[in-house]
Design a protein around this ligand. Structure first.
Ligand code: UD1
Ligand code: UDP
Length: 374
């Protein structure tokens, strides 16, 4: 019998980071024929990840356009995947999480008659506007998918509530932890130019506040508030803010306009994954609206203030490493103040927790698919 064919489709930085260990597990196992297709919804930020994990996609749709919009991108993903599916004829198509790439690829894979495997399934806020458009992307992908790899029991329960068949849901942990395990020790020993530059950049005598942000619902007023809060926080004694700014022009232009050249605030380009992990490990506190960082930071024992009003990742909140602070300037400042001055609170929030798994999610996904495809 010929080997079943698997196609991994992804397009952005976080999907690549979280899909990389799954691809590695499948390639090492040799039980399936494996190919990779990147939509390149992101370009530079995707290529940074492909380089680090040494993934060479067989198909590259090269879709990214400057300040792209959801309509065109969605259409492009579907149209450009048609010839890929028609030539490779995959049995299984893997998509990840909640991006435009993942939902449109799931739909296209369904059109092509492939079975759709959804990694990081079942996260929900049940608020259509937060995160936008990711909440709806996740719900749509759940309707389409045949196999749902849920990171936690909470995400499994969400899927069950939506009448997804119990025998199609597998709780595996989140592959972000697999990637982190791979990178975490490596970054202390590798000879990496970016890490060397960071060593020159940061002041080890100061408390490092690491910042990232890119959510669409925070564009405009939200980012202005965040920047104004950062400017006030930078005046604290012994504090240094390092902010790798996302390339989305709705973020980049505002952040550079408001914060470039301010003392104690270092704006830098998005970091490659190993350099970012290296920097996270040295952070006193992380301020972010990112999804993935809410999962990584608890494993590293770094407190996180999440600049959102709701999260699809309640596990980290419950573990106590993460607090929601929204994008209200005074609220961000007040919570940062607490974490800089209240030692007991800081220590409570710095206890490493691992609600997202033990680093074996990728192998579990592989074993589940093997059992399923027998
Ligand atoms: C996308 C995802 C979001 C995910 C985030 C991770 C959607 C709708 N959004 O948001 O779910 O959390 O990625 O970062 O799927 N750009 C570059 N170079 C890059 C990447 C982006 O220049 O390598 C710029 C381009 O001008 C691009 C713009 O950023 O048009 C927006 O990229 P897009 O993927 O549409 O949105 P993100 O905000 O990155
Ligand atoms: N990350 C990175 N370089 C950076 C900032 C973040 O490699 O400069 C990594 C981070 O470790 C995490 C992922 O990118 O694994 C999160 O991506 P992002 O915040 O863009 O997307 P989200 O997780 O919110 O979808």
């Amino acid at each position: 019998m010929s080997m079943k064919k698997v196609l991994f489709v992804f397009g952005t930085r976080p999907e690549a980071i979280k899909m990389a260990p799954v691809i590695k597990a499948f390639v090492a196992d040799n039980g399936f024929e494996v190919k990779v297709c990147v939509t390149a919804q992101h370009r530079q930020m995707l290529d940074q990840v492909l380089d680090f994990f040494e993934i060479n996609p067989e198909f590259d749709l090269d879709l990214m356009k400057e300040n792209q919009n959801l309509y065109q991108l969605s259409a492009d993903v579907i149209v450009e995947l048609k010839p890929v599916f028609e030539s490779y004829k995959p049995d299984y198509v893997f998509v990840h999480g909640d991006t435009t790439t993942s939902t449109m690829a799931a739909l296209a894979a369904y059109y092509a008659g492939a079975k759709v495997c959804h990694v990081e399934a079942g996260l929900r806020t049940y608020n259509k506007q937060q995160p936008f458009p990711e909440e709806i992307n996740r719900q749509l992908t759940a309707r389409i998918a045949d196999l749902h790899f849920a990171p936690t029991q909470t995400s499994r329960a969400n899927l069950l509530n939506e009448h997804i068949a119990a025998d199609s849901i597998f709780v595996t942990g989140n592959t972000v932890i697999d990637a982190l395990h791979f990178a975490k020790t490596k970054v202390e020993t590798i000879n990496d130019e970016e890490i060397e530059t960071l060593k020159q950049l940061i002041d080890p005598g100061k408390r490092l506040i690491l910042v990232t942000g890119h959510r669409r619902e925070n564009f405009g007023e939200g980012f202005v508030n965040i920047c104004n809060a950062l400017q006030q926080i930078s005046a604290y004694e012994n504090v240094e803010i390092v902010y790798p700014v996302h390339f989305n022009p709705n973020v980049y232009d505002v952040v550079y306009e408001l914060l470039a050249g301010k003392s104690n605030i270092k704006l830098i380009k998005p970091l490659s994954y190993p350099a970012f992990v290296w920097l996270m490990k040295r952070a006193y506190l992380i301020l972010t609206d990112s999804g993935g960082i809410q999962e990584e930071a608890p494993a590293l024992g770094i407190p996180v203030m999440v600049m959102r009003n709701s999260t699809e990742r309640p596990e980290a909140l419950e573990a106590g490493t993460v607090i929601l602070v929204g994008t209200d300037k005074d609220n961000i400042i007040a919570n940062t103040h607490k974490l800089l001055t209240d030692k007991a609170l800081y220590e409570k929030m710095s206890i490493a927790a691992n609600p997202y798994g033990d680093g074996t999610a990728s192998v579990k996904i592989l074993e589940h698919l093997k059992a399923y495809s027998k």
